[in-house]
Design a protein around this ligand. Structure first.
Ligand SMILES: Nc1ncnc2c1ncn2[C@@H]1O[C@H](COP(=O)(O)OP(=O)(O)OP(=O)(O)O)[C@@H](O)[C@H]1O
Length: 255
């Protein structure tokens, strides 16, 4: 590691004592119960855990799509809680990429128009060599003038990844990016995310239920009841499945 880079200069995202409670009084649900974590630049992290453990809430609050109840979130050097809605929207558009299970493409636009949409909205000048590279990297050169609905699921997710990359964001948050894909297409999309991290030092944070998908990551975080209960470096499919199963057993005993 570069000796001149301070600890925080390496963090693409950092959260400190993050909590998120939905509702108030006896009906209140604690989705995040104090999470501390940093995602270093150029790393690929999978976030796992049982249904309702807070994975999506962590992703949404870390990405500035939802406000934390307490605690702090930094994207690079910018702390989110101090930002107005307008600035937060701009930060999300310019510095964060999103990939969702449902692709979320605009069907009235062509593939090319979808990819450059965030750039158009932010009014920035497109970096043409980078865009050419992205289009080639995701293998969509022949499809640029098609509508998303004319593409397969895997191709649509590739468009979403290209769109996420277009602004060269500090981090790409993915929520179940392979949830709607068959095994082979999923492997293809996961290899692409892996390559984006390895070749371009992008940072990827991916929520997934699938141990195979998580095995593409450098690190697997496991949440339970709104807390990080495991932080595993490169665990491999079997160890991930084992850890999830042991957590299931622990919960069954506690119930
Ligand atoms: N808008 C909301 N209003 C009330 N409760 C919510 C809301 N969103 C999430 N929750 C609750 O917060 C907790 C965490 O939800 P979250 O969606 O983050 O879990 P998850 O781990 O992503 O689950 P899944 O794997 O099922 O998607 C759950 O108990 C959920 O019911």
């Amino acid at each position: 590691m570069d000796m001149n880079v301070g600890q925080d200069a390496g963090a693409a995202v950092r959260v400190e004592q993050l909590t998120r409670t939905y509702g108030t009084g006896p009906q209140a649900v604690t989705a995040l119960a104090g999470v501390d974590v940093r995602f270093d630049r150029g790393t690929f992290t999978a976030v796992m855990g049982p249904s309702g453990s807070g994975k999506s809430t962590l992703l949404q609050t870390a990405a500035g799509l939802d406000r934390a109840t307490s605690g702090r979130v930094w994207i690079g050097g910018t702390e989110l809680s101090g930002l107005s809605e307008t600035r937060l929207t701009k930060l999300r558009r310019d510095r964060i990429g999103f990939v969702f299970q449902a692709f979320n493409l605009v069907n009235a636009l062509t593939v090319q128009e979808n990819i450059v949409l965030p750039l158009r909205l932010s009014g920035g000048r497109p970096d043409q060599p980078w865009l050419h590279h992205v289009v080639d990297r995701v293998g969509l050169r022949e499809r640029l003038h098609h509508r998303p609905s004319a593409l397969s699921g895997g191709q649509q997710q590739r468009v979403a990844i290209a769109r996420a990359l277009a602004t060269r964001p500090e981090v790409i948050f993915c929520d179940e990016p392979t949830g709607a894909l068959d095994t082979e297409t999923a492997a293809d999309v996961l290899s692409l995310l892996r390559a984006v991290v390895d070749e371009h030092r992008q940072t990827v944070v991916m929520v997934t239920h699938d141990p195979v998908a998580a095995s593409y990551a450098d690190r697997v975080l496991v949440l339970a009841d709104g807390r990080i209960v495991r932080d595993l470096p490169q665990p491999g499919v079997e160890r991930i499945a084992e850890q999830l199963a042991s957590l299931g057993r622990r919960r069954a005993v506690a119930a």
